[in-house]
Design a binder for this molecule. Structure first.
Ligand code: PGA
Length: 257
């Protein structure tokens, strides 16, 4: 059986000044310790990446960014490249978050281009997918996920996706306090793994970590992590407070699957 090391990732969105970010990261490093049974990543805003990288340097906590642009460099005011993120200390990058899709016109096609740039730039992408409330109510959850994965991962080969992380984030659960039930999460994760199997073979499907995201808190992480295909969490609000985030990390380590 393939062992997938759980990943708990914190998406700080547009929160934290440099000083605040350094403060939270410093406390996080002090509190999480070094356990081999899970991985921890935080994705602060761009301005805080480099100062936070210095804090994380000797620690097992990894650094991620919240987006990137696919061009290497050029006259693209306001954008940031894979090489810039890597030079700031990032090893992960979140791609296709629903807030990017919703507020910044991101599409499955642009997600695909960003993924290509991330992989070429040796960053590990966390590809976010998930249906809206209306899509779920209309019975379209699977067809939405199918399209997001097929177009998002178009023209990739299995060898490109060895480190890929997928995050299932139902839009209706993000920042709403409404978490998917563990069986809703398991059903979607199982379906996503099946899509990976069809597209890229058994090994990629079995090794890819599929995170759940959407109102993850210390109170629901154990139940979610007890599901066979839930391999960690992408945490928004609860990752901004060091106490709740470390509690989520601690409970993940304690969950038996
Ligand atoms: P939330 O956000 O935990 O605040 O719901 C999750 C996310 O957007 O990744």
């Amino acid at each position: 059986m393939t062992i997938r090391i759980p990943l708990i990732a914190g998406n700080w969105k547009m929160f934290q000044t440099c000083d605040e970010a350094v403060d939270v990261a410093t406390n996080l490093v002090r509190l999480v310790g070094d356990a081999k049974d899970r991985e921890v990543m935080i994705a602060p805003p761009y301005t805080a990446l480099f100062p936070v990288a210095k804090v994380l340097k000797e620690s097992p906590v990894l650094l991620g960014a919240q987006n990137l642009f696919w061009k290497k460099e050029g006259a693209y005011t306001g954008e940031i490249s894979a090489a810039m993120l890597a030079s700031a200390g990032c090893c992960y990058v979140i791609i296709g978050h629903s807030e990017r899709r919703q507020y910044f016109n991101e599409t499955d096609e642009t997600v695909n281009r960003r993924l290509q740039a991330a992989i070429k730039g040796s960053l590990i992408p966390v590809l976010c997918v998930g249906e809206s409330e209306k899509e779920r109510n209309d019975g379209k959850t699977f067809s939405v996920l199918d399209k997001q994965i097929k177009i998002g991962l178009k023209d990739f080969f299995a060898k490109d996706l060895e480190k890929l992380v997928v995050a299932y984030e139902p839009v209706w659960a993000i920042g709403t306090g409404k978490t998917a039930t563990s069986s809703q999460a398991q059903e979607a994760h199982e379906f996503l793994r099946l899509l990976l199997k069809k597209g890229f073979g058994t090994r990629i499907a079995e090794e890819t970590r599929i995170l759940y995201g959407g109102s993850v808190k210390p109170e629901n992480i154990v139940e979610l992590m007890s599901m066979r295909d839930v391999d960690g969490a992408l945490v928004g609000g609860a990752s901004l407070e060091v106490d709740s985030f470390t509690e989520i990390i601690k409970r993940t380590s304690e969950t038996k699957r």
